[in-house]
Design a protein around this ligand. Structure first.
Ligand SMILES: NC(=O)C1=CN([C@@H]2O[C@H](COP(=O)(O)OP(=O)(O)OC[C@H]3O[C@@H](n4cnc5c(N)ncnc54)[C@H](O)[C@@H]3O)[C@@H](O)[C@H]2O)C=CC1
Ligand SMILES: O=C([O-])CC(=O)C(=O)O
Length: 328
């Protein structure tokens, strides 16, 4: 067994929290040889419910759970953490877009960014799940001037997994036979799920499906999947969101497989003509705890327009929250 690492999870008594904590504690995120100390943050009224979750975590007697800190103090929650999963935020209801949450949720991420800045490990890996995830990640990053901006990422892995699942179903193959799918841009209905570089069982995906299905069925289904879950369940996705969060962190920490990539919302460095600074979904490979944007992909006209549209939405969201950034 390695020495334990500290993993913070905010919104720990919420529905994603309940699907997430037990899997992290069981070693699904960082491996069966990596003990974790969970740091759980909740708002004060949710502390009794959180205590119940802690009791259940202890009752699992997980070999990889080395301790639990449960608190409503953000400075305690982020003290010396190696990983931080920022889940705590209000979910949307029927008829809302995720950016409608910016007002309610944006205010959470400035103070959390500052607390990470003041207390977390200098190479902390931060994943923002709370919506609108990309712009909330930007707010947190902009309140953490002493941390590397690349520490802050947002989750588009759920969209990536949804794309794998749709394409697998259509082609009659397993998701493990699908490689090089990309989610470009925002975790919103403007995201662009791109199959131009994807392969299914070694064959180019777009030679196996027709263009009309790709354009009129696949893309809108992936873009609208969150809303479809809300309609069906009466609550937003939770177990699949938790699973995607685990996938995102595991890829980042332990690396991506040879010959494949994953999608992560990361600070744009201007690659592929995207506005520098916005937290944009890119195809990345990961090694030694670092992510690298896949370069040199050919971008046709079809993709260009969609990549620019989701970039524009992110720039507009950024324009609306700049007052929440720390003064330089
Ligand atoms: N990026 C993605 O792919 C996805 C993002 N989400 C988002 O994740 C967020 C959480 O979703 P659920 O767990 O379903 O919501 P939930 O309402 O069940 O749980 C949220 C929890 O966060 C807590 N919380 C609120 N403010 C907090 C703060 N300042 N500090 C710590 N905890 C705080 C609440 O008390 C609550 O227990 C929502 O914003 C939702 O839209 C959900 C699915 C996918
Ligand atoms: O759609 C929502 O509000 C929750 C979410 O982000 C998703 O399921 O992708």
């Amino acid at each position: 067994m390695k020495a334990p690492v500290r993993v913070a999870v905010t919104g720990a008594a919420g529905q994603i929290g309940y699907a997430l904590l037990f899997r992290i504690a069981a070693g699904d995120m960082l491996g069966p040889d990596q003990p974790v100390i969970l740091h759980l943050l909740e708002i004060t009224p949710a502390l009794p419910a959180l205590q119940g979750v802690v009791m259940e975590l202890n009752d699992c007697a997980f070999p990889t759970l080395a301790g639990v800190v449960a608190t409503d103090d953000v400075n305690v929650a982020f003290k010396d953490v190696d990983y931080a999963l920022l889940v705590g935020a209000r979910p949307r209801g029927p008829g809302m877009e995720r950016k409608d949450l910016l007002e309610a949720n944006g205010a959470i991420f400035g103070p959390q960014g500052k607390a990470l800045n003041d207390h977390a490990k200098r190479d902390v890996k931060v994943l923002v799940v709370g919506n609108p995830a990309n712009t909330n990640a930007l707010i947190a990053q902009q309140n953490a001037p002493d941390l590397d901006p690349k520490c802050f990422t947002a989750m588009v892995r759920l969209d990536h997994n949804r794309a794998l699942s749709q394409l697998a179903e259509k082609t009659g193959k397993h998701t493990t036979e699908i490689k090089k799918v990309t989610i470009w841009g925002n975790h919103s209905s403007t995201q662009y799920p791109d199959l131009h570089h994807a392969t299914v069982d070694g064959k180019p995906a777009l030679t196996l499906v027709d263009q009309a299905w790709y354009e009129n069925d696949f893309i809108p289904t992936v873009q609208q999947r969150g809303a479809a879950i809300i309609k069906a369940r009466g609550a937003s996705s939770a177990a699949s969101a938790a699973s995607a969060a685990i996938d995102h962190m595991r890829s980042w920490a332990l690396g991506t497989e040879e010959g494949n990539w994953v999608s992560m919302g990361i600070p744009s460095d201007g690659s592929y003509g995207i506005a520098p600074g916005v937290i944009y979904g890119y195809p990345v490979t990961c090694k030694d705890g670092r992510y690298t944007i896949v370069q040199g992909l050919e971008i046709g006209e079809f993709s260009r327009g969609r990549m620019d549209a989701t970039d524009k939405e992110l720039r507009e969201e950024r324009g609306g929250v700049e007052h929440l950034f720390a003064k330089k």
